[in-house]
Design a binder for this molecule. Structure first.
Ligand SMILES: CC(C)(COP(=O)(O)OP(=O)(O)OC[C@H]1O[C@@H](n2cnc3c(N)ncnc32)[C@H](O)[C@@H]1OP(=O)(O)O)[C@@H](O)C(=O)NCCC(=O)NCCS
Length: 156
């Protein structure tokens, strides 16, 4: 399945933290630290350095949405996380575009499955994109989460 098109005027980039950090950091600071009150010490971890990041910017270059992907310890399992869209740009398909891009990257990298820890309120967003809940709800960073998994069928 190919990724849904981005709304007109937006640009999606994929790259390492060294290149995308200024924009990705701005989105995550706004959404997770400022809006959701996640402690900075929990938000900024050592996975950023090894992850592949996605950043969506608007026509004026403003950072709008982000997400990341890295290999889990289990073989051929990709972990998706830190998916965030700044409030003014929610509901126009940016989150879906970032998630689809990360899933496609995981598939092309040869992963058999993608897993994520979804904030429980966003369960429907991920379920609509083929992720299934695995196990019971748990608290992470003070927020209710569900582990969700998607099989990545098809060839690389
Ligand atoms: C959750 C989030 C990433 C969704 O991104 P978005 O850009 O607003 O979503 P999209 O516009 O791409 O929506 C795609 C689809 O998901 C649905 N959707 C969006 N948010 C949803 C939610 N919280 N629950 C259920 N469905 C949702 C939309 O209605 C849309 O449905 P459609 O395909 O039938 O039209 C965004 O709201 C966000 O960043 N929230 C704050 C941070 C956060 O909670 N991140 C998730 C961490 S696990």
């Amino acid at each position: 399945m190919s990724a849904p098109p981005l709304p007109a005027g937006f640009r999606l980039q994929e790259g390492p933290w060294e290149r995308l950090a200024p924009g990705a950091r701005a989105v995550r600071q706004t959404v997770f630290v400022d809006e959701q009150a996640i402690a900075p010490a929990l938000e900024w971890d050592d996975r950023d350095a090894i992850a592949t990041h996605v950043l969506v910017t608007g026509a004026d270059g403003a950072p709008c949405a982000t997400g990341r992907l890295y290999a889990e310890a289990a073989p051929r399992v990709a972990r998706i996380g830190r998916l965030a869209v700044c409030r003014p740009w929610r509901g126009i398909g940016l989150g879906a575009a970032v998630l689809a891009h990360l899933v496609e990257r995981a598939r092309r990298d040869g992963h058999a499955e993608a897993v994520l820890h979804a904030q429980s309120h966003a369960r429907g967003f991920y379920a609509g994109r083929g992720f299934a809940v695995e196990g019971a709800e748990f608290i992470e960073d003070g927020i209710a989460h569900l582990r969700m998994r998607k099989a990545l069928a098809g060839c690389r």
